[in-house]
Ligand binder design. Structure first.
Ligand SMILES: CC(C)(COP(=O)(O)OP(=O)(O)OC[C@H]1O[C@@H](n2cnc3c(N)ncnc32)[C@H](O)[C@@H]1OP(=O)(O)O)[C@@H](O)C(=O)NCCC(=O)NCCS
Length: 210
């Protein structure tokens, strides 16, 4: 029963890097859906729609990588990997946003793992994260991935050492295995029920082919 509930929740979800053409509309619409508090937490106070529209446009044009959690074709969570600027001590900056409807289900953690994998593939060794000093959720998420956060002027800033993560671990991470296992259960359940319904007179068309 429990597995069936998880399977239903993840059945139409995926995590992938957005193409440059997708970034502007999909990232923008996701960020615009964030409620007031989430916008404040994500953008350290900047909250109006026009700021978010300009921000998404900038991401689409400055080489920012967006890893998205997509549910039924809609981006519900995003991890941003911003390239470093030209100053010698600059580090790639990262940021996260998960819509409240899917929070505390491990989406932020899945995005974080994918982001570290992407950062490693690009040869980055360290990443910087900045969040509000009061942002418990982001502090918990960052600490889970080894960030040592330092408080200063109302902000928490930390770095993540991505070299401590083993490449092989990411190739078959438990998260990906878990999601794949759930998908396998879903596929099996669909095939099984389709077979039963066919025997009883026909399967519903909205299930499609799998
Ligand atoms: C921060 C955020 C991305 C977390 O996303 P999420 O999908 O809920 O994260 P997860 O479910 O993977 O949780 C990660 C860890 O943080 C903990 N956590 C999540 N929300 C928490 C909260 N409100 N208080 C305390 N801990 C919290 C979880 O328990 C989990 O720890 P565990 O795996 O040891 O149990 C999400 O809350 C968010 O988008 N907030 C608004 C935007 C924002 O603040 N962005 C950060 C600016 S960079």
């Amino acid at each position: 029963m429990y597995l069936t509930v998880i399977a239903a929740a993840l059945a139409d979800s995926s995590v992938r890097t957005l193409s440059q053409q997708e970034e502007l509309p999909l990232l923008r619409d996701h960020l615009l859906r964030l409620d007031r508090t989430s916008r404040r937490d994500r953008f350290h106070g900047f909250m109006d729609d026009s700021f978010i529209e300009r921000y998404a446009e900038k991401c689409a044009n400055d080489g920012t990588v967006i890893i998205a959690f997509i549910e039924n074709g809609v981006v519900r969570g995003a991890a941003e990997l911003h390239p470093p600027d030209r100053s010698p001590d600059s580090l790639p900056e990262i940021a996260f946003s998960v819509e409240s409807s899917v929070r505390r289900r491990g989406v932020g953690s899945i995005l974080f793992r994918k982001l570290i994998k992407e950062a490693r593939a690009r040869g980055y060794k360290s990443l910087r994260i900045t969040t509000g000093a009061e942002n418990e959720a982001m502090r918990a998420l960052a600490s889970k991935f080894g960030a040592q956060l330092v408080f200063s002027h109302g902000e928490s800033t930390g770095t993540i050492d991505v070299t401590r993560y083993d490449q092989a671990e990411f190739a078959t991470s438990w998260v990906e295995n878990g999601v794949n296992a759930v998908r396998a259960v879903v596929a099996f359940n669909r095939a099984y029920w389709r077979m039963l319904l066919r025997m009883a007179g026909g399967a519903p068309t909205e299930w499609g082919a799998s």
